[in-house]
Design a protein around this ligand. Structure first.
Ligand SMILES: Cc1cc2nc3c(=O)[nH]c(=O)nc-3n(C[C@H](O)[C@H](O)[C@H](O)COP(=O)(O)O)c2cc1C
Length: 398
């Protein structure tokens, strides 16, 4: 329970400064602050009278790691806050981008039990947790400080979890919305159209190549910091989803054939997971150049990798999903551009890839051994066949 008066005197915040009247129009001040984006959280509590409290805040913040303290600013005018102050425990629920309706419903004024129609479960100490929230932090109220017309409420962390690490809901310029990573903006779908239409002009040859190899042929192109599958031919009947639209970060071990300069190569190697040795990448890249093709051995690690890539490719991804994918890519790096001695062990291959220029667009032509592994003794003839088709494509559509 809060003992605001007593603790605000104890607090080390200058209350006198905040007490002076402001020369600023408060609605203009508030409007200006909305240009600074915030996340959207809901403070929830279960007072002893049984009527649950829920208050939307954009001011949730981490205050201290050791001891673990979090907090938010509550308006003195909020009726939700006046009830929250009587509770010992509250939880902060970080809303996901899919919970815009919840944010709207809960920010309405003077509604009793705002959580009535919102699916919830209970925190370990019995406060409401909103189903589907990105993260929650359960706190005991530690203290509060009166600052101007708000209280800074400080909570001592008791428990926390991140059950749904998807994109959070954001508040910006009086609107609710969501985060977009820089790489997604650069590789917006419309930017792909010139490459897609260039490759479509070579469609009949792609289909012919897939039929001759009896495998799926996938064409990738680079956009910004990603490599994206923009065409596929000869789909495999035993695979559930197409590889079309798959996207990967342009980072080791993917897309090396598209590196054109030392500067690009350095930046690409720098994107490798920590612990990856740049010198090894230099060796792999020289093998790749000697072969004029990228090769990858098939391994167990590719299975979880494929699942994560599928999620990553479905829409806008979080930075955490990108880091997870980069880490999985890093675990696979030893399978890429293998030495001749590893190839000769007779293990199956996952990928053979060559570079092509179709209608002025640089692409990667890939033959995948995902559904039907590529045998070691097939690699050279597959590469030769791919090259002969690339010659024909380049002649046909320049
Ligand atoms: C995105 C957003 C962020 C908000 N942030 C805060 C905040 O940090 N502190 C606060 O006191 N009210 C904040 N509010 C307002 C309250 O959520 C809400 O409007 C108010 O609690 C409803 O009034 P009541 O508590 O009197 O029912 C915010 C509202 C929205 C929509």
């Amino acid at each position: 329970m809060l003992t605001r008066k007593k603790q605000s005197r104890k607090g080390n915040i200058s209350v006198e400064l905040a007490a002076k009247s402001s020369p600023f129009d408060s609605s203009k001040l508030w409007e200006a602050t909305t240009h600074y984006p915030t996340g959207v959280a809901v403070v929830t509590a279960a007072p002893s009278n049984g009527e649950r409290v829920a208050m939307v805040v954009g001011t949730f913040t981490s205050i201290s790691l050791e001891p673990a303290l979090v907090g938010f600013f509550a308006s003195m005018e909020s009726t939700s806050y006046s009830r929250l102050r009587d509770c010992d425990v509250f939880t902060i629920n970080v809303l996901s981008h899919a919970q815009e309706d919840i944010a709207r419903a809960l920010s309405r004024k003077d509604v009793s039990d705002k959580l009535q129609d919102i699916p919830c479960h209970e925190s370990p100490l019995g406060a409401p947790l909103i189903d589907g929230a990105v993260a929650w932090f359960e706190c005991r109220i530690a203290s509060s400080f009166g600052i101007g017309d708000h209280d800074l409420v400080v909570g001592a962390l008791q428990a926390m979890d991140v059950p749904n690490p998807v994109l959070p809901l954001l508040y910006f310029q009086r609107s609710l919305g969501q985060y977009r990573s820089k790489s997604f903006v650069i590789s917006g779908e419309e930017a792909l159209l010139p490459a897609v239409s260039a490759v479509e002009r070579a469609r009949s040859l792609l289909e012919e190549l897939a039929a001759e190899l009896q495998r799926e042929v996938v064409v990738f192109t680079r956009l910004g910091e990603e490599v994206i599958a923009i065409a596929s031919a000869g789909e495999q009947p035993n695979r559930k989803t197409s590889l079309l639209g798959r996207r990967f970060p342009f980072a080791p071990p993917f897309g090396a054939l598209l590196l054109d300069s030392e500067e690009e190569t350095k930046a690409w190697i720098d994107r490798a997971r920590s612990g990856s040795e740049p010198a090894r990448w230099r060796d792999r890249l020289s093998r790749l150049r000697e072969r004029g093709a990228s090769l990858a051995m098939l391994s167990e690690g590719h299975r979880s990798f494929d699942e994560v890539v599928e999620q990553f490719s479905q829409g806008i991804h979080t930075p955490q999903q990108r880091r997870h994918l980069l880490a999985l890519m890093g675990e696979l790096e030893a399978e890429y551009e293998p030495e001749d001695t590893s190839l000769e062990t007779g293990r199956d291959l996952r990928l053979t890839q060559v570079r092509a220029r179709i209608c002025g667009v640089d692409v990667l032509l890939s033959v995948h051994g995902m559904s039907q592994p590529i045998r070691y003794d097939e690699v050279h003839s597959i590469i030769e066949t791919m090259r002969s088709y690339i010659d024909r494509m380049e002649r046909k559509v320049t």
